[in-house]
Ligand binder design. Sequence first.
Ligand code: NDP
Length: 283
Amino acid sequence: MKICILGGTGFIGHYLTNYFSQQFHQVKALGRQAFAPDFDLTSTLNGQDLVIMLAGANVGERWSKQHKQALWDSRLNTNARLAQALSQCKQPPARIFSASAIGIYPQNSCTNLIDETCTEIGEGVLGQLGKAWEEASLKLLPKPLILRFGVVLGKNGGALAKMLPPFKMGLGGPVAGGQQCFSWIHLEDLARIMSFAIEHPELEGPINVTAPNPVSNAVFGASLAKALHRPFWLPLPEWQLKLMFGEGAQVLTHSSAIVPQRLLDAGFEFTYPQIDDALKACV
Ligand code: NDP
């Protein structure tokens, strides 16, 4: 199969490129240059079987005014450009998988799980950004598969790479009280979900790409400390988080208890359903 991954040079895209290449798919992975005005995106997409759209500026950084604008532009402008290029293809791709995030949902607690039947949108920036992002994805091709990623855990990158240094130094502890729920997915399962979706063309619309067992931030941190054989004791208060990340601190304080009900109903089996096993495999 011919697969084009846009936003293919980042943490997830890089892993998917290797994963699909090993399965003998023909993979083209492109970074932000794919959306430059002089890049011939239409020819690149013409004749592809599947497009995976992952492009987007990283939400896990300090939200300066400029970065906050980039969060929107890198999702909405790129999708508009992609829609235009797809509309000009003589042989358009049969399917598109488009990234989204569980930040689209309203906040909820670990005892009150949310699945894809929830149509409510979160009130904050993450909810509004998620809504606009998915609306843009719906204009790309008929019946897109929208992947609402939880926090993706893998080796050498993503959120875990940012969390590891203090934990490795033995300075891990609960963040902002630790009660907020943390919905996560192991990168290997994420790739397996993409393969599963390729084999199930009837899958369309939003699916939660999370493990079936979300945990509180405190349980997550204790599990990470245990995997590293380090103590878990030093709380990181919310005010300190805000000093570090500005408004972006909400990425770590947002409480999301999400389950991948549609995947479970479709028969997908997770290799890493539990956080302890997922983290042991990552560190
Ligand atoms: P990375 O930050 O590692 O990679 C981002 C990708 O998007 C890169 O290919 C990058 O290209 C491209 N990109 C960045 N800024 C722009 C821009 N302004 N215009 C066009 N392209 C741009 O992200 P991940 O691989 O971790 O995530 C991929 C997608 O999944 C993102 O949209 C992210 O929001 C979403 N997601 C990820 C989660 C996670 O835990 N990792 C959780 C929830 C959602 P270049 O290399 O050229 O800079």
